[in-house]
Design a protein around this ligand. Structure first.
Ligand SMILES: [Zn+2]
Length: 538
């Protein structure tokens, strides 16, 4: 009886352990899962905060872990109160960046590459089911940084071993491990395998840096008391002054990274954009863990590359003149989003692929959307309407659209610019989400600021909201049931829409000016095929 009770209790506690892990695990929704280990509550934020914000903006799951509690990180205070303060600081930074954070309760300056800590890191990587693990390199001035590097190397293989640290299942496949950048030269200098432009999220990163006040505004080491006092006295005391100070100090750091690893920026962003990048973060592949191909790296850093993916190896059958975004067989390269079911859950088959086309049922509002962001391209897509219409647009003009330069998290409908598809008005521009903006015919319209947030297509005629409607003037669509060709040329801030070869809309000063591209389900059955994207100037 006693044995039985003990067994029951043991399995109960095992269950609890697993449940606790499950609660910390990100949803298995097809998005990336990244975990970054710093030694102290500021390292991951400084080294990868911008990249984390870019991942988070696309809905990917990012977690920062500090392997120590940072309780020595101040010239004048230490211990529990400082550790608590630094925990609150990284929690605030995590809210700003849109990520998760955890601080291990290990004393600052005392991290050891021990078996216990190796198991702790393995558990964290497994619970996160990480695709990518970031950490310091094992050569660094600070022993805590060094040992985070050693622990990451020691975990790189052990995370895959099924019977190691039994309480968490192994990560499959083995994650890719990468290092933060640093300036140490021996035994080998840092090598930038990837450099990420963080210009788009620079202000957000500075906000996160500003949240780490104990480190940014109050800490000066390794100098005599007088020099320290001199330096500290030059740091502004007011909030705006401090932030400006953080922007200068950290702006210079991330600009130095961009300049030091300019070659990597050009490699991943192309010469034109790569040369213009002002602020960057950089990462080196660890020799242990999965060894990523260039294509793997593009998937792990989906914002990094824009057009280069479209001209990358294998993207394009020779002589086809364009890169297929849609392969005609399945929705590889796309996520789906539905109003009721959310991301990558499509229980009723709103999006099905058959006969080389995506069949959109129209029964529920939502979309399929590229995983990657694009800018400076020529997009072509063919569509034809099906017969069905559904509430709340039952018997109304058949409606869909291509939303491009999508910025921010998935929702119905995300901030973007729309190439409207609706019977009788296909080719209209709609600005979607506050701040979306375009100038056409000398007039700038901005969602949230100007009343009118559309631009009619050239020669747009009268319109009625009824299924099967065709404009009595200048109709550009083919008769119902025939395929139509849509073209979108996005060239910096300039956009041009064409329907069946005819220019129907043009604008400039587009905001946003880059982003993902989505194809809507909006109450009407339709089909998309031959979706191709070609970088401009190629
Ligand atoms: Zn540190």
């Amino acid at each position: 009886m006693k044995t039985l009770a003990l067994t029951a209790m043991a399995s109960l506690s095992l269950l609890h352990a697993q449940d606790a892990g499950a609660a910390r695990r990100p949803p298995n929704d097809g998005k990336l899962r990244i975990i970054a280990f710093g030694a102290h509550p500021d390292d991951a934020e400084f080294k990868a905060g911008g990249t984390a914000a870019l991942w988070a903006a696309q809905g990917h799951h990012v977690k920062f872990v500090s392997m120590t509690n940072g309780d020595l990180g101040h010239y004048a205070s230490a211990g529990g109160p400082l550790a608590r303060r630094r925990l609150a600081e990284v929690q605030q930074a995590a809210r700003i960046l849109g990520i998760q954070t955890e601080v291990m309760d290990i004393h600052d300056g005392e991290l050891m590459p021990s078996l216990e800590n190796r198991k702790a890191m393995v558990r964290l990587i497994r619970e996160w089911q990480a695709d990518l693990v970031l950490a310091h390199r094992p050569n660094d001035y600070n022993p805590d940084h060094r040992y985070v590097g050693v622990l990451a190397q020691d975990s790189a293989f052990m995370v895959t071993v099924p019977f190691y640290a039994l309480h968490t299942p192994p990560v499959e496949p083995n994650p890719v491990f990468m290092y933060f950048s640093d300036n140490f030269k021996k035994p080998a200098p840092f090598q930038a395998d990837v450099a990420v432009a963080i210009d788009d999220v620079f202000e957000r990163k500075i906000e996160a840096v500003d949240a780490l006040a104990s480190q940014v505004y109050e800490t000066v080491y390794g100098v005599d008391a007088k020099t320290r006092q001199d330096r500290l006295s030059r740091i502004p005391k007011d909030a705006a002054g401090r932030k400006a100070y953080a922007r200068d100090l950290h702006g210079a750091r991330y600009a130095a990274v961009a300049n030091a690893y300019r070659d990597a920026l050009v490699k991943w962003y192309g010469a034109e954009r790569g040369k213009r990048v002002k602020y960057a973060e950089a990462f080196e592949i660890c020799e242990y863990g999965r060894q990523p191909s260039a294509e793997d790296l593009r998937k792990l850093f989906p914002f990094m590359l824009v057009a280069a993916a479209a001209v990358g190896p294998g993207a394009d059958p020779p002589g086809s003149g364009g890169a297929r975004l849609f392969n005609g067989k399945n929705l590889d390269g796309f996520d789906t989003f539905l109003k009721e079911s959310g991301l990558n859950k499509d229980p009723s088959g709103v999006f099905r692929v058959h006969d080389g086309a995506v069949h959109v049922s129209g029964t529920e509002y939502g979309y399929f959307i590229t995983k990657k962001e694009y800018e400076n391209y020529h997009l072509k897509a063919e569509f034809k309407w099906g017969d069905q219409t559904y509430a709340p647009r039952k018997d109304m003009a058949r409606d869909s659209g291509i939303l491009f330069h999508v910025a921010g998290p998935d929702q119905v409908w995300p901030k973007s610019i729309e190439f409207q598809m609706i019977e009788g008005r296909t080719g209209e521009v709609i600005l979607v989400g506050d701040g979306a903006s375009l100038t056409a015919n000398g007039e700038t319209r901005t969602r949230g600021e100007t009343k009118n947030t559309r631009f009619a297509r050239h020669g747009q005629g009268p319109w009625q909201n009824v299924a099967g409607y065709r404009s009595p003037e200048n109709e550009v669509e083919k008769p119902h049931g025939e395929w139509n060709l849509l073209e979108l040329i996005a060239d910096g801030g300039k956009v041009t829409f064409k329907v069946n070869g005819k220019v129907v809309n043009e604008g400039s000063g587009a905001k946003p000016s880059r982003g993902r591209i989505l194809f809507q389900s909006e109450g009407a059955e339709l089909f998309f095929r031959n979706i191709e994207l070609r970088p401009l100037g190629k």
